[in-house]
Write a protein that binds this ligand. Structure first.
Ligand SMILES: [Zn+2]
Length: 246
């Protein structure tokens, strides 16, 4: 019981006068034969078992869904390639054009930096992926393997082609995303090898490295059978008799 200015009122009435929302909450029916259990209401209001991952998923800050998310993160993505291509989309690689901003008159003249692949001026994201003469040679030699033979070497053109199909599980969609991510990864690796070591690969050798990495990944995957899939497997010199497809 609670005592107010006008005498005694019951606890229920008192609480409802303080919190009118209580009117709308259904009174739970208690089943004395069952034990209490803890349940977690996820962000969609569904009951699920409690786990730290579901708590994190409910509490974490959510930004706008970016259009290229499925081009970077997908079930068959190679993790180190996915992380690298994410850095490219975020323009976070330390390319020469970015380093110029930090130039504070040190002994190194950043204006003299040259792309280690083509030796023509400082590199940048757009230059390396894949407008550099070295990169585009490799791109031209492998783009047909993902049915992208008509796509130029410009990053914007490549992503404009891949992003709209990046939700698809088809063989060509997955292959295109794997191929571009692998090429970007190996181009960056080659750029750094040439800057910091004496190791050098020709465009042909880099193409081989990209191709064998993607082929190995495709060989571990299973697709649905279709004519398109058979053509894709033929292109990649993978056995047709397996249950692959897309
Ligand atoms: Zn270059």
């Amino acid at each position: 019981m609670a005592r107010g200015m006008h005498g005694t009122i019951c606890s229920r009435c008192y609480m409802i006068s303080l919190f009118p929302v209580l009117y709308d909450i259904p009174v739970p029916t208690l089943n004395l034969n069952e034990s209490d259990v803890l349940v977690w209401h996820d962000i969609n209001g569904n009951e699920s078992s409690f786990s730290s991952s579901s708590v994190w998923d409910t509490l974490r800050k959510r930004g706008e869904l970016i259009p290229w998310v499925n081009m970077v993160w997908f079930p068959h993505a190679i993790p180190r390639h996915a992380f690298h291509i994410w850095l490219i989309f975020k323009r976070k690689l330390k390319t020469h054009d970015k380093m110029k901003v930090w130039d504070a008159g040190s002994a190194t003249n950043l204006n003299l930096l040259c792309c280690s692949l083509c030796k023509k001026g400082p590199d940048s994201h757009d230059h390396l992926f894949f407008e550099c003469s070295y990169s585009l040679q490799v791109w031209y030699s492998i783009r047909h393997l993902a049915n992208m033979q008509h796509i130029s070497e410009r990053w914007d053109d490549i992503t404009a082609w891949l992003i709209p199909i990046s939700k698809s599980k088809s063989g060509y969609s997955v292959t295109g995303r794997l191929l571009v991510a692998a090429l970007a990864y190996y181009i960056w690796q080659e750029r750094n090898n040439r800057m910091f070591t004496n190791l050098e690969r020709t465009p042909g050798q880099l193409k081989e490295a990209v191709e064998s990495t993607v082929r190995l990944k495709l060989a571990s995957m299973k697709f649905k059978q279709s004519q398109k899939t058979l053509r894709l497997l033929e292109l990649w010199k993978l056995p047709k008799e397996q249950d692959k497809g897309g």
